[in-house]
Write a protein that binds this ligand. Structure first.
Ligand code: P6P
Length: 338
């Protein structure tokens, strides 16, 4: 199979971006390449999960009280490992770890960034071969360089993100990341073992035909949310529909489809869990950053996700995210204007 020599790899792309800023230190480019390396290693295990004894629970329970799958542990260790042994990251926060991890060595203490990540989102789908993903969020540390990073470095609002992205281990393996300069998607090319630029300058369509929500919670949602979902079901050709309901159970996969084709993903709060299920720091914030840079929108039903001031690593938030036109219509329902 001929490989198109003109397709930039992730490494070539990040270096090309770096060359446009001669004063840049190269730390962000290096960090993104580190994440790409860890993603390739995790991809190998995800792709053979059915063949080796890596399926099933690792026998432990994580801070979320969820059974930890062995692949969760593997992914967490690999992403933390490349970041700890790189030159760009002073510390991390992970869904799989109780607290922040301050690397606290001479190189890391002089590194510019901190990273928050969900090493394997949707891990409940591992055993049934449904797409899963890694999500990451990058901040410039606010504490003094030369010293260990501190909690405040991680608890910045999402509008301070320098970069964010996800890896989706699906029919192909893709790495999508955003900086303020744009959103770009890279597909892993097995013939060269590199992520290659396949989706340059991703723009989220203003409208779409997909809505994603767990209907099993329907009668526990707020009445305004129920009315919006009901409205989705009533769409016709004359009113911008008909819509299709797609809910994969892996947020990365649902958000990715809606980013590319247009649509809205919702994980609202419920009467018993008003903050919903999804985590602000390493799920909602990075996805909100990516979707907003691509022209979409993301709120918690009241305010912009990226404006929320975090208070703790594992805090949850309701999440409504996707095409701008669909989010604007949702807003009218939430404000009881229709
Ligand atoms: P529910 C996966 O566990 C996850 O965190 C997201 O990836 C996904 O969108 C959501 O939970 C699914 O949750 O409650 O609908 O099964």
């Amino acid at each position: 199979m001929m490989v198109n020599r003109n397709i930039l790899t992730l490494d070539e792309f990040t270096i090309q971006q770096l060359r446009q800023f001669p004063k840049a230190t190269g730390e962000l480019s290096s960090l993104l390449r580190d994440i790409g390396l860890a993603a390739k290693r995790v991809n190998v295990e995800v792709n053979k999960a059915g063949l080796v004894d890596i399926l099933g629970d690792a026998g432990s329970v994580n801070v979320q009280g969820e059974d930890v799958k062995k692949l969760d542990v593997y992914a967490n260790n690999h992403f933390m490992g490349v970041l700890k042994h790189g030159i760009s990251c002073a510390g991390i926060g992970s869904e799989e770890l109780d607290d922040f991890v301050v690397f606290n060595d001479e190189v890391s203490n002089n590194s510019k960034y901190v990273v928050l990540f969900d090493p394997l989102d949707g891990s409940g789908n591992i055993d049934v071969n449904v797409s899963i993903g890694t999500i990451f969020s990058v901040y410039k540390r606010v504490s003094e360089k030369g010293k260990p990073c501190v909690k405040e470095d991680f608890l910045q609002p999402g509008n301070r993100q320098v970069a964010a992205g996800y890896v989706i281990y699906g029919s192909s393996t893709m790495l999508v990341y955003a900086t303020r300069r744009g959103v770009n998607g890279f597909t892993l090319d097995p013939s060269i073992g590199e992520f290659s630029l396949s989706h340059p300058n991703i723009q989220c369509p203003e409208y779409g035909m997909f809505y994603s929500v767990n209907h099993g919670n329907f009668f526990r949602y707020d009445e305004k949310v129920r009315r919006y979902i009901d409205g989705c079901q009533r769409k016709t050709k004359d009113t911008g529909g008909p819509y299709t309901q797609r809910y994969i159970g892996s947020m990365v996969a649902d958000v990715h489809r809606n980013l590319i084709k247009g649509g809205i993903f919702m994980y609202p709060g419920t009467v018993d869990k008003p903050k919903g299920k999804l985590r602000l720091l390493y799920e909602a914030n990075p996805c909100a950053f990516i979707v907003e840079v691509a022209g979409g929108a993301a709120t918690d039903g009241v305010q912009r996700i990226l404006d929320i001031q975090p208070t703790e690593l594992h805090q949850r938030t309701p999440l409504f995210i996707g095409s701008k036109g669909m989010m604007d219509e949702l807003e009218l329902y939430l404000q009881a204007k229709i």
